[in-house]
Design a protein around this ligand. Sequence first.
Ligand code: TPP
Ligand code: MG
Length: 802
Amino acid sequence: MIKEKTESTLTFEDFKTEVLKDYKIAILSRECSLMGRKEVLTGKAKFGIFGDGKEVPQLAMAKFFLKGDFRSGYYRDQTFMMAIGELTVQQFFAGLYGHTDINQEPMSAGRQMGGHFTTHSLNEDGSWKDLTKQRNSSADISPTAAQMPRLLGLAQASKIYRNVPEITNKDNFSVNGNEIAWGTIGNASTSEGVFFETINAAGVLQVPLVMSVWDDEYGISVHARYQTTKESISEILKGYQKDENSNGFEILKVKGWDYAGLIATYEKAAKIARENHIPVLIHVYELTQPQGHSSSGSHERYKDSERLAWEKDFDCIRQMKLWMIAINIASPEELEEIDIETKKIVQEGKKAAWNAFINPIIEEQKELISLLEKIAPTSKSKDQILKYVADLKSIKTPLKKEILVTARKILRLVINESGKNEISNWISSYTTKTQIKFSSNLYSESDSNVFSVKKVAPEYTKDAKKDTDGRMILRDNFDAIFSKYPEALIFGEDAGNIGDVNQGLEGLQEKFGELRVADVGIREASIIGQGIGMALRGLRPIAEIQYLDYLLYAIQILSDDLATLQYRTVGKQKAPLIIRTRGHRLEGIWHSGSPMGMIINAIRGIHVLVPRNMTKAAGFYNSLLECDEPALVIECLNGYRLKEKMPLNYGEFKTPIGEIEILKEGVDITLVSYGSTLRLVEQAAEELLEVGINCEIIDIQSLLPFDVKHDIVKSIAKTNRLLVIDEDLPGGASAYILQQIIEAQDGYNYLDSKPQTLTAKAHRPAYGTDGDYFSKPSSEDIYEKIYAMMNEVNPFKYPSLY
Ligand SMILES: Cc1ncc(C[n+]2csc(CCOP(=O)(O)OP(=O)(O)O)c2C)c(N)n1
Ligand SMILES: [Mg+2]
């Protein structure tokens, strides 16, 4: 009888080959860590943070990490990345040196410090690769635990793909939602709020997530007794344990040096998560940190001799070695040979990385030196130039900075000489080709970026009147969106069952189901993470933050993760997440804030749109769904019940992004504002007409990007006066708006009066109608401010009011 080949027929030889392969990766990774630290200490690299002491569990995790799966982890995972074939020795060192060529340093082209891992989800043109055919890692970031929120969304995407049949274009992203999102985190980082927030949310959502905690008892120098109650994350999370009748987590615990135990644990975890979409937490304890936390500092300062001795004994590679010898996989001599062989491979990889990094810079150094040697003889400053040349020549491993500094210093010496042009041209071309290596891809550079969207005006019946509540326009437009884009979905506090706090989603859960129009817990940071993770896997999530004031809970994730994503991956990953929120002009400290200056300065890399009414807002959503970039849309809280004309082409009309709109033409002064403040500005302008002051009113609409066609300065060229009206505090968003108009658009050229701002008070807006009146710019404030500016121009025509 022919026996079917099953796992149990794995021969000892097969098993041995597999283990030896793992052992080699462990040694390779360890040697990279050891040599990496030396490279930093000898000055060839700036900073090093390595994965030594965590190698063996990562080998186990890699075994069950399949194509289509995603990792969201932190800086200790080099062994894992090597084991899944996404990090070579040469690439490891290219990262350490900060090589700016993405082909050499695929993680971030030198933008992130080493140890921050990424795979490429996008082709050159920004289109998606087939993510089901590769092992994926979302791009790491440095803030501890900040990888957690997005992990939730990466896992939830599998659930969506498995359970939303109307999504047809999922081929590049999922095979029946079988993909696991694998998280890794250090033991101490589990103290962060977002860790607990995400764990709780995953337990509620029941998503395929396997969370590994690498527990080495320390967070830099701080011991677990100061970090974690009972010094054990698995112990304190016990309440999350799933039982037959509840949701929750499967919680597993395993020693970090027990190769066989780790494999059994990871096999079990993967099966539970992949098949049943149950989240699993694996507490991997008894890990070590042989070289201490990073290249700055040594762990002898904070670990006692007993701990240091234990760490030597229980080093996971040492234990793996002992186990291999004990069960006759290899003799000590054979393993010794592997060690020596592997060290050579690391030496060679390191050398290749260094040469690839430094040689092009040495070429640039030579190029400048030969130019300087050419112009020096005819220069009055010959001696000084030759001194600079000698100094530059003496640098064996030059930085780009050192080359450029030399050129710029010499330019000043030859300002009136014939060599000036040659040097200035060299500097310009060097800066142009170099700057881009450090500054590209903050926003999408693909053909689907926000500027690719063509404006489509809302259409109306001939006799359309302003008789429709703003919220109904949003609702009917979202209805059209969810029909048009099966991969679009929305989630937020109260967004599902009641259709959001202002009924902009009324009835849509019933129509599109609980997965696509969903209620979620009160947890803003992980709402954003949920969106980032799903967007990274090809879905079109709209994450709702109930009120603008509560965006602060999520600002860290927006700023650190979403806003930097395209930049830190040099355009190799994208998460076109739309964040929907509502703000301004309700009443009370926490429902009417307008911290726009903080927001636009914290989230460069995400577009910020401030529609003045719901038709504009709906048009922004329609535009954003056509492009590949993240954006925050802030709806006016007091606009849901205001009447607007009902458009006919729901889902189709598009508000252009980065363009202003002139709401009223005028000749005396340009008023620049946005959002709900515009209604007050319009009222003041109407009243000012009665005394002969004719204002031009501009709606910015889009703070980021800002007036890309420079239309505002055209208005100032006509009126020669400018007032910016803003609900943010003094020096907040209005400072940015002035910088854009006065500096970036050269508005100062056309001004006959001092450019001014009218803002809210510096304190938070007080409660109630009076609180609002005395906290924010009122129509009377606006009137009087403009009047005062005109009084200065013509005191006879406009005698002062006070
Ligand atoms: C939000 C934040 N705070 C502080 C730091 C500085 N920091 C980097 S790593 C680290 C300790 C992390 O320890 P643990 O999570 O146990 O991971 P390990 O390095 O031990 O693997 C700290 C405090 C940071 N990166 N982010
Ligand atoms: Mg630790």
